[in-house]
Design a protein around this ligand. Structure first.
Ligand SMILES: [Zn+2]
Length: 187
């Protein structure tokens, strides 16, 4: 296995982001990793037998992916994140906009600004940031590249698992687009 794959596996498949995960990985007693390594970097360098510079280079190769991983990873979506090249391709294919109503990330952020810094009306939930979300077209299926799209929080929340993709497009997309137009026209 090459170095890049090995690094990927440790960081994104086994998700070694804290000392306790090293203990689990090595089947060590709890606390041993913390007393063995000063930093997580030290663990990565020893495990992969690489220098600090090489570790930095590896991280640089995953900068884009890591940004999206930080924003979108959860365990149900592990399958998507197991394939970094495909994931980035899938993400770029989404064109930074909602698959249903076509609102863009920039427009969503403008609505956030128009609403004094929160997308939600009560400031609650991480939806308040107005980030496009990963949504399953068919809620009965898992997160595969074919079944996943980016959706705005409005469409994602309103459609939920109550309205099918087709019906959403037919009945609600036009209304949603009009609503967004109103929100965006506010100064
Ligand atoms: Zn939308």
């Amino acid at each position: 296995m090459n170095l890049k794959n090995e690094y990927f596996k440790l960081c994104y498949t086994k998700r070694i982001h804290e000392f306790s995960k090293i203990d689990q990985l090595k089947k060590w007693e709890s606390g041993k990793a913390k007393s063995t390594f000063k930093t997580l970097d030290e663990f990565y360098m020893q495990e992969l037998n690489i220098s600090k510079e090489q570790l930095t280079e590896l991280r640089d190769e995953f900068v884009e992916f890591n940004k999206l991983y930080t924003r979108y990873f959860n365990e149900q979506r592990q399958e998507l994140f197991n394939h970094p090249t495909e994931f980035l391709k899938w993400y770029n294919d989404q064109n930074g906009s909602c698959n249903y109503c076509a609102i863009t990330q920039e427009e969503l952020l403008k609505i956030v600004t128009n609403r004094d810094g929160n997308l939600t009306l009560n400031n609650k939930t991480k939806r308040s940031k107005g980030t496009l979300e990963i949504e399953k077209l068919d809620p009965n299926q898992g997160y595969t590249f074919k079944n996943s799209v980016l959706a705005c929080p409005f469409c994602n929340n309103a459609k939920s698992n109550l309205i099918s993709e087709e019906d959403w497009r037919e009945f609600f997309k036009p209304a949603m687009q009009q609503y967004h137009k109103k929100l965006l026209s506010k100064q």
